[in-house]
Design a protein around this ligand. Structure first.
Ligand code: ADP
Length: 567
């Protein structure tokens, strides 16, 4: 370069430095932008586009940047219930600091814990609801629509519980959606399928109630702006019965968002980070609860108590105590599914139904616990083993498919689907964005990526596509989820094994959602709905019946509580 063209760089005063980094969260990498000020202090942290679960991760996304900046430290507490996302943000910021040449040790100073002095408070309401999951939010809305005052206590920092994780849809029968497609489903068939799927262990009256009220529940959801308008097949169902949001987006996040919007509109109070510890009884009648937050011990007086605290699928000690062979299994459940409601109800004399009935789900990615919805198989996906072969009718009940999978070499399988299915079923985006799905333009390439013999996998797909064309699965007699073959590239595979999914057993109730003692007597003032309850699903829950259960019985619990108060 000629000498005269050399110009001296202007003296630049560097006031701020912008760094970028990313860290592994629950749904893949979380990118951050970190701004350092001229004193080498962290001035701002911006979280980029991420794929963390809506709701569950909100506490981490909203609070972690502030905590880090306030303390200038990466040693801050993670947000309870959103630990993986919190850790992802911490490591993203650490990576950003490292990339900028900062000494990370300077940002690993211990953070002093604040001393909190606890206070006592007494609150009064008509109905107190334990748990802001699907059943609790539904009950709260139904009760408020009928003019009652409601308080919900939720021990996590977010609403939605396991409901947030529901991906498939809601089973319902004799609905307008089915009528529009001339599907000849009936209450009787729904009941029959559910009881057959549950190995006839189900409480028939509860199943009848769920089926009978299911169409009205779909209308009710539409009335609160949460319409489920699309149909699919789900395991164990005779007809296309599972109702999904438009585009097949995951039903749980959709419902929780709309239930929360409605709750907010109705002015329903949700006390987050507040854990119920006891149901208070007065002269044999439920008259409130004890609950506590970090700063306050509450006595919440009420006319009625609705237990909607979910199951115990995240409490390994508890599920392994009822079913020892499940020790060491991963869970698909949110961290708050610890069965508190079951022990609280037992303490006031409630009976338990089918408590040892625990469902494992056959398609759980083990590293992340992300569950691949049954909808993938319902819409045409198949399962193959490491030899590249199908080994079961993929739409048999979850326990049967799980057992077939455990019997394969290594105890795992691959869910295979294609681009057509991806476009039809929004839930699949999570598998792609989180990086658990392997993707390839041809079946052979896909096979190579997952170390399956390409010719075998190609042959499996060929045979399957012929079965779909002829509506005849000669190998495994599958007869549903055969509307579309697997022929649109790219192709996808997710490696899966079974994981603990749903605790079918729980507190005993009658069809009015009144909690019963072991002798079958009603405990006055105490109602329960959702996964905390036993009996609806018997020995095995069909896909789509959890959502039917929470919406139907959430409403029933509120209606019964309203009637009880009016008496
Ligand atoms: P369901 O499907 O029956 O509605 P979910 O799992 O969706 O069940 O929701 C149950 C909710 O109850 C979760 O948000 C969970 O955090 C909450 N919960 C569980 N135990 C308690 C408790 N002791 N106090 C307050 N909330 C609780």
């Amino acid at each position: 370069m000629p000498a005269e063209e050399v110009t001296e760089a202007p003296v630049e005063v560097v006031s701020e430095v912008v760094l970028t980094g990313s860290g592994q969260g629950f749904g893949g990498q979380i990118p951050v932008e970190v701004i350092m000020d001229s004193d080498n202090k962290i001035k701002a942290i911006t979280i980029g586009e991420h794929n963390e679960s809506a709701g569950i991760s909100d506490g981490a996304i909203d609070n972690m940047p502030g905590r880090i900046i306030e303390n200038q430290s990466l040693m801050v507490d993670t947000v309870s219930g959103a630990t993986t996302s919190s850790k992802g943000i911490l490591s993203a910021v650490e990576n950003a600091l490292v990339s900028g040449g900062y000494d990370v040790a300077d940002f690993k100073t211990e953070v002093a814990k604040e001393e909190i002095t606890k206070t006592n408070e007494t609150l009064h309401t008509d109905i107190v609801i334990i748990g802001a999951g699907g059943a609790g939010l539904t009950a709260a809305i139904e009760a408020t629509q009928a003019g009652k005052d409601v308080i919900i206590v939720e021990k996590m920092s977010f609403a939605g519980g396991n409901t947030l994780k529901a991906t498939g849809g809601m089973n319902a029968t004799e609905t307008s959606v089915q009528a529009a497609e001339n599907i000849p489903d009936t209450v009787e068939t729904f009941v029959k399928d559910t009881i057959k799927g549950g190995y006839e262990l189900n409480d028939v009256e509860l199943v009848n109630k769920m089926a009978e009220e299911s169409a009205e529940a779909i209308d009710w959801l539409a009335s609160i702006d949460a319409p489920l308008v699309q149909l699919s097949f789900s395991g164990g169902a005779t007809y296309s019965r599972i109702h999904q949001p438009e585009g097949g987006e995951p039903v749980g996040a959709f419902l929780v968002e709309h239930l929360l919007d409605e709750a907010e509109e109705l002015g329903i109070e949700i006390m987050y980070n507040t854990e119920a510890t006891q149901i208070v009884m007065e002269d044999g009648v439920a008259s409130g609860i004890l609950a506590n937050s970090e700063a306050v011990d509450y006595m919440i007086d009420s006319e009625a108590v609705i237990l909607a605290s979910g199951g115990f699928g995240a409490n390994e000690e508890m599920y392994a105590s009822y079913k020892p062979e499940l020790e060491g299994f991963v869970t698909t459940n949110h961290p708050g599914a610890t069965g508190d409601g079951i022990s609280m109800a037992q303490e006031v004399g409630a009976g338990l139904t089918d408590i040892e009935q625990i469902q494992i789900h056959p398609t759980v990615h083990q590293g992340t616990s992300i569950m691949v919805t049954e909808g993938v198989r319902g819409d045409g996906g198949i399962l193959v083993n490491q030899s590249g072969k199908r080994f079961t009718n993929e739409l048999l009940t979850r326990d049967v498919v799980s057992a077939a999978e455990i019997a394969q070499d290594g105890g795992f399988a691959y869910v295979i689907f294609d681009q057509f299915l991806r476009e039809h079923l929004g839930a699949t985006e999570t598998y792609i964005k989180s990086g658990i799905a392997v993707q390839a333009d041809t079946i052979e390439e896909l096979a190579e990526m997952i170390e399956i013999d390409p010719a075998t996998l190609a042959n499996t797909l060929k045979t399957w596509n012929e079965a779909v064309a002829n509506k005849n699965d000669a190998e495994f007699s599958r007869s549903t989820g055969m509307e579309h073959d697997l022929s649109s590239p790219p192709y996808y595979a997710v490696k899966v094994s079974p994981g603990v999914h749903h605790t079918m057993g729980g507190v005993s109730i009658n069809p009015d959602a009144e909690v019963l003692t072991a002798e079958g007597d009603v405990i006055p003032g105490l109602f329960a709905a959702g996964e905390v309850v036993g009996g609806v699903h018997g020995g095995n829950r069909l896909g789509g019946n959890a959502v039917a259960d929470i919406i139907v019985f959430g409403r029933v619990a509120a209606q019964s509580a309203n009637d009880y108060i009016a008496e």
